[in-house]
Ligand binder design. Structure first.
Ligand code: ZN
Length: 136
């Protein structure tokens, strides 16, 4: 398995409208895309910082994964996403090494990336996402 860089950090927020001005006006990074990912019941906003992105996640459904996270833990860092080469092979390799997978096969995430999540029980408490951009 080969991780090339941290693709993004996912941060759960109550409201994109309230959070985006902090990133833009105070931190000085520009939001370049807002996208709804229905599958995951979220609206996302993206900021590019070097090779890494910040992905803000606003829930569109209290029963969705971000809705539940916000209710239990409040706003904050939700997941860490690594860019990998060969996401299918990486998942097979991790499963072989005993890592519990949430997604055994990759699915489509925001920005058309192939993504899959690893279970935080196997990753010392960090919900971990693998991403591969097969469109480049
Ligand atoms: Zn993500």
């Amino acid at each position: 398995m080969k991780i090339s860089h941290i693709e993004h950090l996912g941060i759960a927020v109550n409201s994109l409208d309230e959070t985006i001005p902090y990133y833009e006006s105070i931190l000085g990074v520009k939001c370049y895309a807002i996208e709804e990912v229905r599958d995951q019941k979220v609206k996302t906003a993206f900021f590019q910082i070097g090779q890494t992105k910040i992905e803000l996640l606003e829930s569109t459904d209290p029963e969705g994964p971000i809705g539940k996270f916000l209710e239990k833990r409040g706003q904050g860092i939700h997941h860490l996403a690594f860019a990998v080469e060969g996401i299918e092979k990486s998942l097979d390799e991790l499963a072989e090494k005993g890592v519990q997978l949430i997604d055994k096969k990759p699915r489509k995430g925001a920005e058309g990336l192939d993504i899959a999540f690893l279970h935080p029980k196997s990753t010392f408490g960090v919900l971990t996402e693998l991403c591969e951009n097969k469109n480049k």
